[in-house]
Design a protein around this ligand. Structure first.
Ligand SMILES: N[C@@H](CCC(=O)N[C@@H](CS)C(=O)NCC(=O)O)C(=O)O
Length: 121
């Protein structure tokens, strides 16, 4: 991507084409993996989610949206797919769980859900 496009994207946000490509990518990731967490590396709610999953020894696909080129497009795509604007945005076995609050709400069922998703070895 050219420097101009990258800079203008910073001010205007991702284009419809970038959001559409990000949607395809997000849908494929969710379809092909038992657990997917869209996160930001500085977000305390995301840290709490990662801590809970790590504590249970879960395998999951993690995308730190603030560290990847298509992170903003992915966040817009997720908003279209889930009506959720915040991170973490969590999927288990293709089901949209929600954010960290929703994950903590189902803490007791989490080992079983993760096992069902093939995320526990
Ligand atoms: N209730 C939400 C709160 C999540 C939240 O507020 N996340 C912040 C980052 S720490 C966020 O996504 N802000 C908007 C943004 O980063 O675009 C949860 O439990 O997941």
């Amino acid at each position: 991507m050219s420097m101009f496009k990258r800079l203008s994207g910073f001010f205007t946000g991702p284009s419809p084409e970038e959001i559409s490509a990000a949607k395809t990518k997000a849908e494929a990731l969710i379809k092909e993996n038992g657990v997917v967490v869209f996160s930001k590396s500085y977000c305390p709610y995301c840290a709490s989610t990662k801590r809970s999953l790590n504590k249970l020894g879960a395998n999951y696909v993690l995308l730190e949206l603030n560290e990847i080129d298509d992170g903003r497009a992915l966040q817009s795509a997720l908003q279209e797919l889930t009506y959720q604007t915040t991170v973490p945005n969590i999927f288990i076995q293709q089901k949209h769980i929600g954010g960290n609050s929703e994950l903590q709400d189902i803490k007791d069922e989490l080992p079983q859900l993760l096992r069902g998703a093939g995320a526990l070895s």
